[in-house]
Design a protein around this ligand. Structure first.
Ligand code: ADP
Length: 177
């Protein structure tokens, strides 16, 4: 599913983000940038050790932030490591932190002059954020960003399961009918 937002396109696809050919892929990282399971493990496995080498030099990143490294052996030239919140009960700034992680990633992409970026569903795996709510936060943040800041041409959400894709599809339909 595609939606045009001013000059840019938001796409929702099902797939494995490590195969994306966008200028950058976003990793759902942890504050220590230490790697782990889920999409983080998949990106480091596919991209090779150059990514972790840069992560070690950077050292860490707070929740709500993002840092950028090489894409190593990935097709994407860069990996943007975004740190989403661990979901507790929705009363611990989870929404603000999740939105901030997406915004920080988009800012980095713009700073580097990138045109296209692929996101996974940050925080909705091991970090437990309900995907229905997270998809609205993610998409609203991206839509607002694309409407106010020019330069990006394509933002893709690469969802790992059909239910996740469906949640994002519903939210996008609601936010940009
Ligand atoms: P977090 O710790 O931020 O919750 P996870 O990696 O546990 O991050 O999960 C985030 C989302 O990424 C989940 O929906 C998970 O199914 C998905 N995911 C896992 N592997 C991949 C992959 N290779 N490509 C895209 N999405 C993936």
């Amino acid at each position: 599913m595609d939606k045009k937002i001013d000059g840019a396109v938001i796409s929702l696809v099902r797939g494995d983000i490590t195969g994306e050919g966008t200028d950058a892929v976003v990793n759902a990282a942890n504050t220590r940038l230490a790697g782990g399971g889920g999409v983080d493990g998949a990106i480091h496995r596919a991209g090779g050790p150059a990514i972790m080498e840069e992560c070690r030099k950077i050292g860490g990143c707070p929740a709500g932030g993002a840092v950028i490294t090489t894409g190593g052996r990935l097709k994407a030239k860069y990996v943007i490591h975004a740190v989403g919140p661990i979901y507790k009960d929705g009363l611990h700034d989870e929404k603000e932190l999740l939105s901030s992680a997406y915004r920080a990633s988009l800012e980095l992409a713009l700073q580097k002059g990138l045109k296209s970026v692929s996101f996974p569903s940050i925080s909705t795996g091991a970090y437990g954020y309900p995907v229905g709510e997270a998809s609205e936060v993610a998409l609203k943040t991206v839509i607002d960003f694309l409407r106010s800041r020019k330069g990006l041409e394509a933002v893709r959400f690469v969802l790992f399961s059909d239910p996740d894709l469906e949640a994002y599809r519903k939210s996008l339909e609601k936010l940009a009918p």
